[in-house]
Design a protein around this ligand. Structure first.
Ligand SMILES: Nc1nc2c(c(=O)[nH]1)N[C@H]1C(S)=C(S)[C@@H](COP(=O)(O)OP(=O)(O)OC[C@H]3O[C@@H](n4cnc5c(N)ncnc54)[C@H](O)[C@@H]3O)O[C@H]1N2
Ligand code: MOO
Ligand SMILES: [Mg+2]
Length: 402
């Protein structure tokens, strides 16, 4: 049995190379960028009018002019017009390029438009405060050729918008690994079946698939019964096609718990078996020399859950090339006593308060009570070298709600 930190380090040390794929901008959110994105033009690319109103020369106003004849109108999307007389103005709309020979925009609310003998005049009601008022100046946000998004960024809608504006219709991203989720167990039936009294419906594979989908990893799902020779055959087949196997069940001490021996017989080298944690102690992890990385998770649903969020999620993030996830900490709200010398993943609900995140323990009936997780947001990781955990103490929080 090894400590949690050691298990984590051994998992993170397993590297697999993932190729780069080109995907359309529409498909890129949630993926990891594998090319730097530069500004193709200044941001904004022209002096952009930010208020609907009139554009004047500030100097004319300073020279005492307060009523400007309207020469014409500059709409957004039209090439820049030129103000021909310095004491006149052009009407301008938000998003338009600032007309030539003008440098200041006054909002419609701050002028009164007067019609006189077929001509329009703008009389200033509120003095412009400065030159370039209501103008988003060319290059004030970013300059052409500036690095906008570094390689390795996890693409959020903010990055998608910036990629669109620089004309990237497709992006280079990390190609997700080929992952198989394999549940095992004779007691498990399909979600569409009515279980007999001694059976239950499969849920771990759905949970794992859903969790991976949130990371943009689309896994294939299989189920195998507890038959050793069948497990040997079927798993060997999977080794050819998949880079990562995530198994659930069959890793403890039961007479039908064949997974560790089957994997070893198939040449998967055991990196560890059993981690000093609850839940999830029987966790088995290994790697086949030229084959897949294998996570064999304990079958109890809450154990499967904890092992995914504590280890697999972060490992997938790392191999995909993303920056490490934020390390969230939360204050325990009530006293907890836990005697075994194991890291305890305590289900909690979290709240934000003036002093930071607070974690309220959620009562749960052991590692089989996955309905108990419906009231939780994640787990507080309580270290193994302590028995009493006091209110206000801070511990790492591992969340499963995005
Ligand atoms: N003598 C001992 N027995 C057990 C120990 C131990 O140390 N000594 N450890 C216990 C712990 S802790 C856990 S966790 C479980 C792990 O069991 P396995 O990985 O062998 O898993 P199974 O026996 O196949 O199943 C356990 C439990 O989980 C349910 N299960 C399994 N797969 C699914 C699924 N896909 N969807 C929903 N539920 C699933 C299964 O029906 C069992 O109830 O071992 C303890 N025993
Ligand atoms: O460690 Mo087991 O994961 O309690 O159910
Ligand atoms: Mg078992």
């Amino acid at each position: 049995m090894i400590p949690v930190d050691e298990a984590f380090a051994r998992i993170m040390a397993q590297k697999i190379e993932l190729p780069v794929a080109e995907v359309s901008l529409e498909e890129a959110v949630g993926k990891i960028l594998r090319e730097p994105i530069y500004a193709d033009r200044d941001f904004p690319p022209y002096h952009r009018v930010t208020m609907d109103g009139i554009a004047i020369r500030y100097e004319s106003y300073l020279a005492g002019e307060d009523t400007f004849r309207v020469e014409g109108m500059q709409l957004a999307g039209a090439p820049a017009q030129t103000l021909t007389h310095k004491d006149e103005c052009l009407e301008v709309m938000t998003g338009a390029i600032l007309p030539k020979n003008t440098d200041t925009v006054i909002r419609y609310e701050d002028v009164s438009i007067i019609e006189r003998r077929g001509k329009r005049y703008a009389h200033i009601l509120a003095a412009p405060k400065m030159r370039l008022q209501n103008v988003h100046q060319q290059g004030s946000d970013r300059k052409a050729t500036d690095l906008l998004i570094p390689e390795g960024t996890l693409l959020s809608p903010a990055e998608i918008a910036v990629a669109a504006t620089v004309g990237k219709a497709s992006l280079k991203v990390t190609q997700a690994p080929r992952v198989a989720i394999i549940s095992t167990g004779d007691e498990l039936v399909k979600v569409t079946q009515t279980p007999l009294p001694h059976q239950i419906r499969k849920s771990n594979s759905y949970m794992l698939q859903a969790a991976m989908r949130e990371q943009n990893v689309l896994a294939d799902v299989f189920h195998l019964i507890d038959d050793k020779s069948l497990l040997l055959d079927e798993l060997q087949q999977k080794f050819k096609k998949y880079q990562v196997l995530v198994l659930s069940g069959g890793v403890s001490k039961g007479k039908a718990d064949f997974i560790p021996e089957v994997l070893q017989e198939l040449g998967v080298e055991q990196v560890f078996h059993e981690v000093a944690q609850r839940p999830g102690k029987p966790f088995w992890f290994g790697k086949q020399a030229a084959g897949p990385v294998v996570f064999a998770l304990p079958g109890n649903p809450v154990s499967t859950f904890v092992c995914y969020y504590k280890y697999i999620r972060l490992w997938l993030r790392a191999i995909l090339g993303a920056a490490p996830a934020w390390n969230l900490q939360a204050h325990l709200t009530t006293e907890i006593t836990f005697n075994p010398k194991l890291t305890y993943f305590l289900p909690v609900k979290v709240f934000i308060s003036a002093t930071g995140w607070r974690a309220q323990p959620v009562p749960i009936g052991g590692s089989g009570d996955f309905a108990g997780l419906l009231a939780a947001d994640g787990f507080l990781e309580l270290p193994p070298d302590q028995i009493k955990f006091s209110p206000g103490d801070t511990f790492p929080f591992i969340g499963f709600r995005s």
